[in-house]
Design a protein around this ligand. Sequence first.
Ligand code: PEP
Length: 258
Amino acid sequence: MSRRGLVAGNWKMNGLIEVADALVGGILAGLEQRKGKNVCEVLVCPPFTAIQSVGKRIAGSAVKLGGQNMSEHKPGAHTGEITGEMLTNIGCSYVILGHSERRSMHAEDSNLVARKMAAAYRDGLTPIVCVGETLQERESNKTLDVIREQVSAIFPHLPADTAKRQQLVLAYEPVWAIGTGKTATPEQAQEVHAFIRQMLVEQLGSDIASKIRILYGGSVKPDNAAVIFSKPDVDGGLIGGAALKASDFLAIIDGFPG
Ligand code: PEP
């Protein structure tokens, strides 16, 4: 398998500058101790206000920087919004899009998320598009229908360029597992990841589909990371709560040797 593991920390709305600096300092120190070992790709996504100072701390390291959201619009009269270009301008290479908190609390639907993805590509960012079902949808056996709807929306908005298509990252995050301490079993995660992979094969062909990384997110912790990451279609994790403690985040990184 040619996919490199990716562990991404979504810090959400946490971290004044000093706290963010201390957190990334701990992550850098831990990675320094692992120098020479096979470490997966590591990404941190601080809140907007801390991106620049975290960026300065990680300069020259292998840690990548990402935003948690962006506008689908070009620069202009959009008070309170930021463009992907503003993220690249301060050192970001990734952006998380369509997180369930944005879908549920900020009325983002799959079409808007897909338009944001197109804007992210246009602005030189690698999009991480999140998908996932609610507990009610899982309990009424609608999981795969929801995933199909959310993933299908992105295809008309993907750039034609093969290299850009291969760069795409998807994150399966069952809403019922986010921040709840409940984790999908490795088998539940693999079932949905395999379903997404099959959709990618059908829409983009097996070569591109085999290169696209699909992360799992939802209460990943040091003690469950390795077993979830061991599944064939799980290519890393999108980590919320456990990304706020350097030792936990590092232990999760250890769960996915690069
Ligand atoms: C997330 O918000 O993307 C997430 C997976 O959160 P947690 O790890 O806290 O469940």
